[in-house]
Design a protein around this ligand. Structure first.
Ligand code: PLP
Length: 451
């Protein structure tokens, strides 16, 4: 180990408290220090290279050091680092908003910028709530969200969340929501099977709305994939059905596309798979191609118009973050979209998804793989102690982590969600690197679970 690595690790351990990390364990480890990157490879200070198998926690799109994004950021830095969006504007924010509306599902018209996914979710909650106040239906104040859902770690977002290990501790601080069951086919909470179920989980949303729509402002969920919940993939038809009942009962539909947006599921946005337009769409993560924090809450004209009024009516949306519409972040966002065009990213992706799905079939043959699921480039491989009974591995065994540690020895970085192995590389990955990533993951699962 070089002295430099030693010194950096020491600084890190002395001074950083890491997110979602048990620091007691972390303190005993020798964390890798990532210093450089190229394409889908990350390089550490010891000269080792790793495939970025989970897109640096689901944010990276085309790989690292993308010329379009690098250039956009450099050019912007030369001109302006930051200026506020409160009452005035900047070129990058304006241009990016125009381009976003061009690629968003028809009907979405206005972009409200924030810094990260959770804040953009807070914005969606507050907008939906205030919208009904302005529409003369002040009793519509409640939200419906899903079990196993994840919308970020701020308190409003946690209130909507449905992952007990993350969210239960904070219960006394949260507002109450209606919880609909997860669209988790492998462990169907309704004990049914697709397709004979006729997507009964969407029917559960309808039941809640039919009884309580007078007090419900909005339904919010992650379209097609509950990402942090374990890469749970919804059955087809779910989105369309929920859209239908939101219309029927006059309830807003908020889609959290923070993880699924920007090509991850095979289309620019997951809701396009069923031709659904939400009333509010939340974007984050991949918005800058994985370079800088930037998020957006994008709404219909109808919602925007409800907030128009005279100054003294106080219909204004009183919310904003200091760095909203930061020009450097927005420039990165423009670079990201330019890269999509230059590399025909979405067209190229189709063939890669086909290849990925073909390779994933192999995993189903492993003795302790209970379920292999994906929507495009979001893959969850669920490990089980017993395939017959679907009995999960006990938490204490840390099977997911053991697999990830083995993969790391073979220069592949992945991060599991409990017993679910996540594979979610940048969508710009080459077939060759994708093959390597899957081969190493397969070997690591086999070795960990079968020896
Ligand atoms: C990651 C994530 C968020 C939160 O985004 P942050 O930028 O981490 O705050 C919200 N919703 C979904 C679906 C996510 O995956």
């Amino acid at each position: 180990m070089t002295d430099r690595t030693k010194k950096l690790r020491e600084y890190d351990k002395n001074f950083i408290w890491h997110p979602f990390t048990q620091m007691k364990e972390y303190e005993k480890k020798e964390p890798i220090v990532i210093e450089e990157a190229e394409g889908v490879y990350l390089f550490d200070t010891e000269g080792r290279k790793y495939i970025d198998g989970v897109s640096s926690l689901w944010v990276n799109i085309h790989g690292h050091k993308v010329p379009e994004i690098d250039r956009a950021i450099k050019e912007q830095v030369e001109k302006l680092g930051h200026s506020t969006l409160l009452g005035i504007t900047n070129p990058a924010a304006a241009e990016l908003a125009k381009e976003l509306i061009e690629i968003c599902p028809t009907g979405l018209k206005k972009v409200f910028y924030s810094g990260d996914g959770a804040s953009a979710v807070e914005v969606a909650i507050k907008m939906a709530f205030q919208y009904w106040q302005h529409k003369g239906k002040p009793k519509k104040t409640k939200f419906v969200s899903l079990e196993n859902g994840y919308h970020g770690d701020t308190l409003g977002a946690v209130s909507l969340g449905g992952i007990d290990i993350f969210h239960a501790t904070f219960k006394p601080l949260l507002f109450e929501t209606y919880k609909a069951p997860s669209y988790y086919c492998y462990r169907c909470p309704l004990g049914q099977t697709y397709p004979s179920c006729e997507v009964a989980c969407a029917g559960e949303v309808e039941k809640i709305l039919s009884e309580h729509h007078n007090e419900i402002a909005a339904v919010i969920f992650e379209p097609y994939v509950q990402a942090a919940g374990g890469m749970i993939v919804s059955p087809p038809g779910y989105l369309e059905q929920v859209r239908g009942c939101c219309d029927k009962y006059d309830v807003l539909m908020i889609l959290d596309e923070v993880a699924t947006g920007f090509g991850r599921t095979g289309k620019m946005f997951a809701c396009e798979h069923e031709g659904v337009t939400p009333d509010i769409m939340v974007l984050g993560k991949g918005m800058t191609g994985g370079y800088l924090p930037l998020s957006a809450t994008i709404v219909t004209q109808e919602i925007y118009d409800a907030f128009l009024g005279e100054y003294e009516e106080f219909k204004t949306f009183f919310h904003g973050h200091s760095y909203a519409g930061n020009p450097i972040s927005c420039a990165a966002g423009l670079g990201n979209l330019e890269a999509f065009r230059n590399y025909n990213t979405l067209e190229e992706l189709e063939e890669k998804i086909e290849f990925l799905e073909q390779e994933l079939r192999e995993f189903k043959g492993l003795k302790h793989v209970g379920d292999v699921r994906n929507k495009g480039f979001m893959v969850g491989i669920e490990l089980v102690e017993d395939r017959e009974t679907k009995k999960p591995y006990p938490v204490k065994m840390k099977m997911g982590w053991k697999v990830a540690e083995l993969a790391m020895e073979e220069e592949v970085l992945i991060r599991p969600l409990g017993n679910v192995i996540v594979v979610m590389p940048p969508i710009g990955i080459s077939m060759e690197d994708l093959k390597k990533l899957l081969t190493v993951t397969y070997r690591a699962i086999k070795k960990t679970t079968e020896s």
